[in-house]
Design a protein around this ligand. Structure first.
Ligand SMILES: C[S@@+](CC[C@H](N)C(=O)[O-])C[C@H]1O[C@@H](n2cnc3c(N)ncnc32)[C@H](O)[C@@H]1O
Length: 334
């Protein structure tokens, strides 16, 4: 492909992203799970305009999600099949969130963030993303679903790579609806869990914990990690939490954890690392998302070491997992 064509693809990448988002929102891959269907059938099932849906399908065929099987019928490709909701490691929940208009609008302020160093989301919506989500339950639902979808892949890899069996109680701070914690508790039956997040988020956790069969071993607590977190855990896990925040707030959150932790307890950050990332494109763009949406950043191992040190911890080791995420282990400084 010549440079001009390659550049054209880069420049219009957002169109593909939005088309894939609409495919996930309409559940097209799920509708094609049992074989090819006509556009008219798909339009009926999704309540959409058949002529426009045909045009969307043409685009999605061009990018490899579906195949035109003749007679105005379409089928899943291998990629399309992996985009169903009911398959392991599905990213459909992530795709449903990424194209939501409020998130899309925030991302449109990337230039503003690059020029000013400020969080575009706040310039566009007038408040931090967490406040916005608390005030918009439907969007909170899409976001929590997206995090659960993304965390599914990572959770499996984390519980394989790191031995949580050595701990009595694991506290998941900013644990969302408890996807990682339920993976920990399922894999290690002797461990008890505490799920901690904002009350508007933990309200949706019970269903996930019950479905995983771990609700009886897990306490759910709502609150803010700028005030306090549950005390006396043997390990405190924060997955994809510290990358949401600038250094000053990150240190504050880590100090709150430090205050709640016995001296023998361990802190486990589950994050991508800029210096070790297996997929540099994903990590670099995750960093830009943190710039625009949350005001945080991805960091190198050394940057995490400094942050931890400022909050009263010593980084002991980083553990690679079969995902883009690492477990960064730390202990209270003596
Ligand atoms: C990027 S999500 C990560 C969720 C989960 N750990 C995961 O990886 O799927 C960040 C989480 O931090 C939570 N959070 C934000 N502000 C918080 C606060 N002040 N106190 C507690 N949790 C908070 C959000 O509700 C959200 O669930």
């Amino acid at each position: 492909m010549d440079a001009s064509r390659q550049l054209h693809r880069l420049v219009t990448g957002y169109q593909v992203s939005q088309a894939v988002h609409v495919a996930a929102t309409l559940g097209l891959s799920d509708l094609l799970a049992d074989g090819p269907r006509s556009v008219v059938e798909l339009a009926e099932a999704t309540g959409t305009d058949a002529r426009s849906l045909r045009r969307l399908m043409r685009g999605l065929v061009a990018v490899g999600l579906y195949v035109d099987s003749g007679d105005d019928r379409f089928a899943n490709t291998e990629l399309g099949d992996a985009f169903r909701n009911d398959v392991p490691r599905s990213v459909a929940g992530w795709a449903r969130f990424v194209g939501r208009p409020y998130h899309w609008q925030a991302y449109a302020s990337l230039e503003y963030s690059v020029r000013t160093g400020e969080t575009g989301f706040e310039a566009v919506h007038g408040k931090p993303v967490w406040e916005y989500l608390a005030e918009h339950p439907e969007e909170q639902n899409f976001f929590a679903g997206a995090m659960t979808a993304l965390s599914g892949v990572v959770a499996e890899a984390v519980v394989e790579a790191y031995d949580f069996g050595q701990y009595g109680t694991v506290v998941d701070v900013g644990g969302g609806r408890g996807l990682l914690l339920s993976a920990v508790l399922s894999r290690y039956p002797s461990v008890g869990g505490v799920l901690f997040d904002r009350p508007d988020v933990t309200a949706g956790a019970q269903q996930l914990l019950a479905a995983a069969g771990v609700a009886e071993r897990c306490r759910v607590v709502g609150g803010s990690f700028f005030e306090s977190v549950p005390a006396d855990g043997d390990a405190y896990v924060l997955k994809s939490v510290i990358h949401d925040w600038a250094d000053a707030e990150s240190v504050e959150i880590l100090r709150t954890c430090r205050r709640a932790m016995p001296a023998t307890s361990r802190l486990l950050l589950v994050e991508q690392l800029l210096d070790l990332c297996p997929d540099p494109v994903r990590t670099a763009f995750s960093d830009l998302t943190m710039l625009v949406v949350a005001g945080g950043q991805e960091r190198t191992t050394d940057e995490y070491r400094s942050l931890l040190s400022a909050a009263g911890f010593d980084l002991t080791r980083t553990v690679a997992t079969a995902s883009d995420f690492f477990v960064i282990e730390a202990v209270p400084a003596q």
